[in-house]
Design a protein around this ligand. Structure first.
Ligand SMILES: [Zn+2]
Length: 232
């Protein structure tokens, strides 16, 4: 490939009958795929790469650091994470409205004729949300008192890029549903982190000073979260 030697990433160039140039980064290997108009001079293609170099590099880094997404079918034999440990799934005959149950060893997921893995995942994620809420509430009580702040709302939702968020003005906190897959100290760190935002909005020295003061083990929790990425 002609452009290959110039850049620290693999490039695939595809010339097509199109008017504009497009750059995509393709998972899982982070190949930079460029579609360019047939007659566009090489110089212009290089310019386009240069212009978006920072975007390409950061986007690729993120993609490569992320471990491959585990693929689940949520059938008997599959194993899924629950507060930092993996548990086997056991399917039980049931209906869409039936709740997932945990017997301490296995996760019992209702299964019906023609059920898709997405439907099984919906059942599981509904249960996950309840579990995360149950774990978060006492921690929120504890840390609101310790930090001396109060919130009006807790929301649990699937987020792609953050573990939590804090709306300082409305004093609302959101937690990422995927936290339910990590050890509970990760949840605790995110709760402390978001509550501290009520004292200090930005991620500055003052902010991290508070985090350090209230939750000295924060680095450990943060590195666990970073190493896992956000799983789908
Ligand atoms: Zn923050």
């Amino acid at each position: 490939m002609k452009y290959q030697a110039e850049y620290p990433f693999p490039i695939e160039l595809d010339r097509k009958n199109i008017k504009n140039l497009y750059i995509r980064i393709v998972p899982p290997d982070g190949i930079v795929r460029i579609s360019a108009p047939r007659r566009m001079p090489d110089r212009m293609i290089r310019e386009a790469i240069e212009k978006r170099l920072t975007w390409i590099m950061t986007h690729r880094m993120k993609m490569l650091e992320r471990p491959a997404q585990p693929v689940h079918d949520y059938k008997t034999g599959d194993r899924i994470l629950y507060f930092g440990r993996k548990y086997p799934i056991q399917n039980v005959r049931g209906r869409r409205s039936d709740a997932v149950k945990f017997n301490g060893k296995q996760l019992l997921i209702p299964c019906w004729e023609g059920q898709t893995s997405e439907e099984a995942q919906n059942s599981l994620y509904r249960w996950y949300a309840g579990q995360l809420q149950d774990a978060a509430e006492p921690l929120l009580e504890k840390w609101q008192a310790a930090i001396g702040v109060s919130i009006t709302h807790l929301t649990i939702r699937k987020m792609k890029t953050r573990w939590g968020s804090c709306n300082v003005r409305d004093r609302r906190i959101s937690l990422n549903l995927h936290l339910v897959k990590y050890p509970v100290q990760c949840l605790e760190y995110v709760i402390v982190h978001e509550l501290v935002h009520l004292l200090e909005k930005g991620h500055n020295a003052v902010f991290w000073g508070y985090v350090e003061q209230f939750y000295p083990d924060w680095r450990n929790a943060k590195s666990i979260l970073n190493s896992g990425g956000i799983w789908g």
